[in-house]
Design a protein around this ligand. Structure first.
Ligand code: SAM
Length: 217
C-alpha cells in the first residue's frame, strides 16, 4: 500500500499546534509558515520529520531551526513587506524563504559553501526572485548592499557583530541569539537617531556564529 503524506496538512497542523498556542499572532507570519514547504529544505530521508516541533540536522554539523524559533524571530522583525533584510546563517534556506515571503528583498550569507549552494538551488527551484545568497563570513555583513532595514542572525553569538550596526538603517531592527556557546536569549535591538534600544526575549540554543566578530571556532 502506498503511503502519501499531505505536507500542506502537516503545515496547517504545525501552525495550529506549535505556533498559535505559544503566542505567535502575526497573521502574515502564520500565513508564510503555512505556505513555505519546509520539507523541501531538509534531506529526503528527513522529510517525514520536517514539521515536527524540533530543529533537524542539515549536514555539515549544522541545523534547520525549530519552526517555533523561525516564527518567533520572524515576528520580532516586524516586517511589513517593504524591507531589505540581511540574514546571517543561510543554513538550509528555510528562514530565508520565510523572509522572502514577508519582505521586499533578502540578502543571506552562509560560511559553509556547500550549504549556500544548496540553499540557492532550492530558492531557484521554488521560484524566489528576491533572495541573494553569498558564501562568506556574515559577521562582516554585506557592505556593498547596505543599509538594511532588518538584520537577523541565526547562529549563537557572544555579541552582535559591530559591522552590522553600521549596516543597519535608522529605525532598523536586529534580532540575534546572544549568549554563551551553550545557551542564548533572543535579543532585539532597535536603532534610532540617538540610541540603541535593547530587549531580551525567548531563551534558545543555536549552533555558533563563527567568524571575525563571532566565536573563533
Ligand atoms: N537559518 C537557517 C535555516 O533556516 O536553516 C538555520 C541556520 S543554522 C542554525 C546556523 C547557520 O549559520 C549554519 O549554517 C552555519 O554554518 C552558519 N554560520 C555560522 N557562522 C557564520 C558566519 N560567520 N557567517 C555566515 N554563516 C554562519
Amino acid at each position: 500500500m502506498e503511503f502519501v503524506v499531505d505536507f500542506k496538512e502537516l503545515r496547517e497542523l504545525m501552525v495550529k499546534t506549535q505556533l498559535i498556542p505559544r503566542g505567535i499572532t502575526d497573521e502574515r507570519v502564520l500565513n508564510a509558515m503555512k505556505k513555505v514547504p519546509r520539507h523541501v529544505f531538509v534531506d529526503d530521508n528527513m522529510q517525514y520529520k520536517a514539521y515536527d516541533d524540533m530543529a533537524l540536522s542539515i549536514g555539515e554539523g549544522q541545523t534547520i531551526s525549530q519552526p517555533y524559533m523561525v516564527a518567533v524571530m520572524t515576528e520580532l522583525l516586524d516586517l511589513t513587506g517593504t524591507e531589505r533584510v540581511l540574514e546571517i546563517g543561510t543554513g538550509s534556506g528555510y528562514q530565508g524563504a520565510i523572509l522572502a515571503e514577508l519582505a521586499k528583498e533578502v540578502y543571506t550569507i552562509e560560511r559553509v559553501s556547500v550549504l549556500a549552494d544548496r540553499a540557492e538551488d532550492k530558492f531557484n527551484s521554488l521560484g524566489y526572485k528576491n533572495i541573494k545568497v553569498k558564501t562568506g563570513d556574515g559577521t562582516l555583513g554585506w557592505p556593498e548592499e547596505s543599509p538594511f532595514d532588518r538584520i537577523i542572525i541565526t547562529a549563537g553569538t557572544p555579541k552582535i557583530p559591530e559591522p552590522l550596526f553600521k549596516q543597519l538603517s535608522e529605525d532598523g531592527i536586529i534580532i540575534a541569539p546572544v549568549g554563551d556557546r551553550f545557551s542564548q536569549q533572543l535579543l532585539k535591538v532597535r536603532k534610532s537617531k540617538d540610541n540603541l534600544h535593547e530587549d531580551f526575549h525567548t531563551p534558545c540554543v543555536f549552533v555558533p556564529l563563527i567568524g571575525k566578530y563571532g566565536w573563533n571556532s
